[in-house]
Design a protein around this ligand. Sequence first.
Ligand code: KMH
Ligand code: ZN
Length: 274
Amino acid sequence: MEKLVITVALDGAEVTREQNPHLPVTPDEIAADAERCRNAGAAMVHVHGRQPDGTPTQDAAVYAQIIQAVRQRTDVIVQVSTGGAVWMTAQERIAPVLLKPEMASLTTGTVNFGNDVFMNSPAMIEEFARTMVANGVVPEIECFDLGHIDNALALVRKGILSLPLHFDFVMGVPGGIAPTVRNLVHMSESIPAGCTWSVAGIGRAQLPLAAAAIVMGGHVRVGLEDNIYYSKGVLASNEMLVARVVRLARELGREIATPDEARRILRLADRTPN
Ligand code: KMH
Ligand code: ZN
């Protein structure tokens, strides 16, 4: 089995400092947390922009500060969000990709998102994918439901994206696929051979799905974007969540990938034209 690539989704768009005081908000806080998580075993960070007051933003200037601050401190893969928040326009959401980060998230389908709708129309998905390719940015295909895999493969058939792809199965959002091991097996068996995958379990599904991915040969995403608790009633920090997955993987005999090893495992160089 390949070494385990751990991604940490540091801040998301929905979580607030009131809910969890460990949430990083400013570029410096995000970078400092990225460094702590790297030292704990994370190879990649998935980041969302935030205004100083914590409001989510896709402002490229904010993302530029985040990328620069992370780069100054550590060597993790930086993956920007193009999901943003449910109320943002497509034009806002795609803005950070123009900075040419190493990776960006690409959700390949619309999904109910609690009481909201996370809109990803066919035209938006296609435009986001084309913009990523044009800027040499490797997409992480975010699948909140099974059909999102098929939508990504349709982009391959159209010649917009090429295999192998890296998928992230986001499981347990109210409105998306349920976070069961049976569903994870089905998702992971529904992608083409040679593709890589990770799982992001939401809330209390984060830990059991991470454990399943470790033994199945997948990769793992943890972090406060998806889950603010370490255990019932105990708030987590990003570092605590990464450190726990590292301990779990070592107990199960799976080694942890460094950022450069993750770049090789995810074949980032092969997928980047420029
Ligand atoms: N905030 C969610 C509506 C992504 O980053 O690509 C979408 C999201 C996905 O977080
Ligand atoms: Zn996100």
